[in-house]
Design a protein around this ligand. Structure first.
Ligand SMILES: [Zn+2]
Length: 277
């Protein structure tokens, strides 16, 4: 396994301390995507310095967050300004905190986000399903349902949409919705959060993931590797994701999950890596 290159598509390595912890746990991995938090999610032990941390990093890519309750067009302009101010921070997508923020992916007021993503070649990652036990949230479980993501995925075929956390716990329905929608992807990042039902019954949960993913023979092509690494909110597992992947997928599929599918899901990552040679 160690020879496999990996792109961890979902982390919250939002400051240097968390990055050091990540390196200690995983030998820095190969590449990781940083999902910026919303300003009100920052904690004293979790300042969000994503932009400066990613600026110039060889291994990190950035997905800035958008506050869907705020002025969306204004924030998108802000992101463009920050991209100029931090030319070395490789922005590859946007992060939307559904569930935490009440709202649906297919709400008309979200469309500037998708137009912006299309213009820049960015992918859009949604938090879906159950939220972290350690962040403030609106608990809008219906709003984050993957079926609304599917509506926008069909409307914006040139943009890739990532349903993070497989719409926890609506796993079967999530994979059914995604079937034959090639610009939708999912992961099971954040699954092993202490205190959750999932973490209490790891084997049962892995069996549920496996059931959902094996409903269709080609679903594995829409699954990407992600860990949700963020020790300040008790997400620090890395090896468990490798073990889970070993349990769910055939060995010949590992490279897809860790590498090829992430590159398809985030074409900007592929573009940056190609440039690097
Ligand atoms: Zn996350």
């Amino acid at each position: 396994m160690s020879e496999l290159q990996k792109i961890d598509c979902h982390t919250h390595i939002v400051n240097r301390e968390i990055y050091s912890q990540y390196c200690r746990s995983s030998g820095c991995g190969d590449y990781a995507l940083v999902m910026e938090f919303l300003p009100h999610m920052a904690k004293e032990n979790m300042p969000d310095k994503s932009w400066s941390l990613c600026d110039g990093s060889e291994r990190l890519f950035l997905c800035p967050s958008v506050d869907i309750h705020g002025d969306i067009p204004k924030q998108l302009k802000e992101i463009e300004k920050k991209m100029l101010a931090h030319p070395g921070s490789r922005v590859v997508g946007l992060k939307i905190f559904l569930t935490y923020q009440a709202g649906r992916a297919d709400d008309e007021r979200m469309s500037p986000i998708y137009d912006f993503a299309e213009k820049h070649g960015f992918s859009v990652t949604f938090h879906t399903g159950l939220p972290s036990l350690h962040l403030p949230n609106d608990y809008d479980m219906d709003g984050s349902n993957a079926r609304y993501v599917k509506n926008v995925a069909l409307k914006y075929p040139a943009v890739n949409f990532i349903v993070a956390h497989m719409d926890d716990p609506r796993y079967d329905a999530c994979l059914q919705l995604m079937h034959d929608v090639p610009n939708m992807f999912t992961d099971f990042s954040g699954a092993f959060e202490p205190g959750t039902k999932v973490a209490e019954d790891e084997e049962g949960t892995i069996a549920e993931f496996s059931h959902a993913i094996h409903q269709f023979p080609d679903s594995y092509k829409q699954i990407i590797y992600g860990t949700d690494f963020c020790p300040p909110i008790l997400l620090s597992e890395i090896e468990k994701y490798d073990d889970t992947i070993k349990k769910i997928f055939e060995e010949k599929q590992f490279r897809d999950i860790y590498w090829h599918t992430p590159l398809r899901a985030y074409p900007k990552v592929a573009e940056y890596l190609k440039k690097k040679g």
